[in-house]
Design a protein. Structure first.
Length: 267
């Protein structure tokens, strides 16, 4: 798994008896050198918007990762959350779409692209794993209403879902631009923005005060930001210098007000 990485998934792997090996990040995503030198049977990756740092895995590394899977008979678990919301650069094909030997397990959700309340997600398995999946999980039930599932299928088939995504991308891009603009205007060199190319959150590296002091001070003013330190398997002193800001559910006016208040907490 990427280090830092999505702690909820890491907990699931541990509960299932997996030995989790953290893979350090480089500027363009996980270190392929560490993956290739490991004895891993599977790699969990968030290539479209690394969680929580936000970098996008380039096509060259995607192809190298696929080569590793082919040579080792390993699997890549591709969590493609936030893939719809990229604001800079050209879209990059998913690992699943590049996979020629069925070594990618593809995960996705409609929580951010449609409605979080329907709790609808999906998995696309290689055919070789379907028999095992059916035998082990055949008695499990999907908790999402079949009516909701059918409605979502019709929404996609009609082409309306694609139109919805285009509208949402424009809406989130306006919020994203407002967020970056207000951070630059109000905070300047007191912070560094990380992961600003896609997704519905960014990280700030705080240069003037500890992240925990800033989080507490902001909360006193009604602004809720988060520490991403829990996403490290092995936290370091550097992991305590970041805060996470989500903006998807806020209006531009709320974003502007929130950043002004957050900036007022910085010395």
């Amino acid at each position: 798994m990427e280090e830092p990485g999505y702690s909820v998934v890491r907990t699931v792997f541990k509960n299932e008896g997996c030995h989790v090996v953290p893979v350090p990040l480089e500027k363009d995503g996980l270190s392929l050198e560490h993956v290739q030198s490991s004895r891993a049977k599977a790699v969990y990756v968030t290539p479209s918007h690394q969680f929580p740092f936000g970098m996008v895995l380039p096509i060259s590394k995607r192809l190298q990762l696929l080569t590793w899977a082919y040579q080792t008979n390993g699997y890549i678990i591709e969590d493609d959350y936030d893939s719809e919301f990229r604001y800079r650069g050209q879209p990059i094909p998913s690992l699943k779409s590049l996979d020629e030997e069925e070594r990618v397990i593809y995960l996705g959700t409609f929580s951010k692209s449609f409605l979080p309340t329907i709790r609808l997600s999906y998995i696309v398995l290689p055919p070789s794993l379907l028999v095992q999946y059916t035998s082990k999980f055949g008695h499990y039930n999907q908790s999402v209403s079949p009516i909701i599932q059918r409605a979502m299928a019709l929404f996609i088939e009609s082409g309306e879902f694609e139109k919805h995504i285009r509208r949402m991308r424009k809406s989130y891009q306006r919020k994203h631009q407002a967020l970056l603009r207000n951070i630059e205007q109000n905070m300047g060199t007191k912070v560094n923005i990380i992961g600003e190319n896609s997704g519905l959150h960014i990280l700030l590296k705080v240069n003037t005060v500890s992240s925990f002091e800033l989080i507490e001070a902001a909360l006193q003013k009604g602004v809720k930001v988060y520490s991403p330190s829990k996403f490290w398997l092995y936290p370091t002193s550097e992991s305590d210098t970041y805060i996470m800001l989500g903006f998807g559910g806020l209006s531009i006016e709320e974003i502007e007000k929130g950043i002004r208040l957050l900036a007022s907490c910085l010395p």
